[in-house]
Ligand binder design. Sequence first.
Ligand code: 5RN
Length: 116
Amino acid sequence: YTLKSLWPFHAFLHSVLQQLILKDTGQIFIEPVDQTEVPDYGDIVKHPMDLLTMELKIKNSEYNSLEVFENDFNLMISNCLAYNSKDTIFYKAGIKMRDQGGSVLRNAKRDLKILD
Ligand SMILES: CC(=O)c1c[nH]c2ccccc12
């Protein structure tokens, strides 16, 4: 479906993603890690994930539940905490996104229940 109105769940996931994008104030999760700039990234991170990729997966109808969407969010966070050492800005941004994004997802789960 191209029209969001024809597919309410797409519109719902898109609004959740927009909230996550707003939390990414350092804009480090908004696009894939450039592996030409970070040649050892692929040695540590086997399944990269980022917010732009998640948007494309919404558009391709690859998320048929909030849980599958949340799995990719958690993958994105765990990749960040695995690759970046604890004393880095990126690691701290990962902790912040885990906590702030986590509350966005808790509210989204609550909202879905109210719709049922
Ligand atoms: C999200 C993340 O880990 C990164 C986002 N941009 C980066 C650049 C170099 C190394 C890691 C990253």
